[in-house]
Design a protein around this ligand. Structure first.
Ligand code: G3P
Length: 217
């Protein structure tokens, strides 16, 4: 499973890329609104850092607007994936942009039929929002399972990108279900790096080593 960072924060991305586990980045208007710099400049810098797919979302709501915005976003860098919300207009825009050869990530997916329709119009990725379903007492991971199962019956070439991840168990479940990609906030990736038994074990190993070295002198 590919791991994307769900962030527009350059410092967080710079700190995680050297780990070697990061395959791409997703942003959205809310994430970029938190940053001071020009959104296009941020997207360009992220592309240079990650050298993998970087989702940049349109803010137009009509298909012609989404299409022209998507074309402009794609000009920022070859790694840009145009992110389009799942709406009637978004479907039309996804079809047009995909037909032009641009990669589209259809976002705000909350049902398997939405994912199916997005795949039919050529989406490169569909983004089911797991955490936001959990927030309203629905089962977000079940949606990922349904989409992976549905896509496995066909040959769309659309990747399932599990989004709105809230903790390490979401990552594990997405991987067990066969999601192609999981996009995670930096804090969720950081949480996966830590385990108290690893810290305790390492402290013990180093302590034992030092004691043995001191005894040899
Ligand atoms: O970037 C899309 C998605 O991952 C948003 O997550 O945490 O705002 O529900 P969240």
């Amino acid at each position: 499973m590919k791991i994307f960072i769900d962030s527009g924060n350059l410092r967080d991305i710079e700190s995680l890329v050297p780990l070697g586990i990061i395959d791409g980045v997703t942003t959205n208007p809310s994430l970029l609104a938190k940053e001071k710099d020009d959104p296009r400049a941020i997207i360009k810098k992220i592309c240079q850092l990650v050298q993998g797919p970087v989702s940049a979302e349109v803010v137009a709501t009509d298909a012609p607007g989404m299409i022209s915005e998507g074309r402009e976003l794609a000009k920022i860098d070859e790694h840009v994936v145009v992110k389009v919300p799942f709406t009637r207009e978004g479907l039309k825009a996804t079809k047009a942009l995909s037909d032009e050869g641009l990669r589209v990530n259809v976002t705000l997916i909350f049902s398997a039929p939405q994912a199916l329709f997005a795949a039919k119009v050529g989406a490169a990725y569909v983004s089911p929002f797991v955490g936001r379903l959990d927030d309203i007492s629905a089962n977000g991971m079940e949606l990922v399972r349904q989409i992976v199962e549905t896509f496995s019956q066909y040959d769309f070439g659309t990747e399932v990108l599990a989004a709105s991840m809230r903790g390490p168990l979401h990552i594990l479940e997405a991987a067990r279900m066969g999601a192609h990609v999981c996009t995670c906030p930096p804090a969720v990736i950081e949480a996966c790096l830590k385990h108290p038994l690893t810290d305790i074990g390492l402290k013990q190993f180093l302590g034992d080593w030092e004691k043995a070295q001191a005894a040899r002198v």
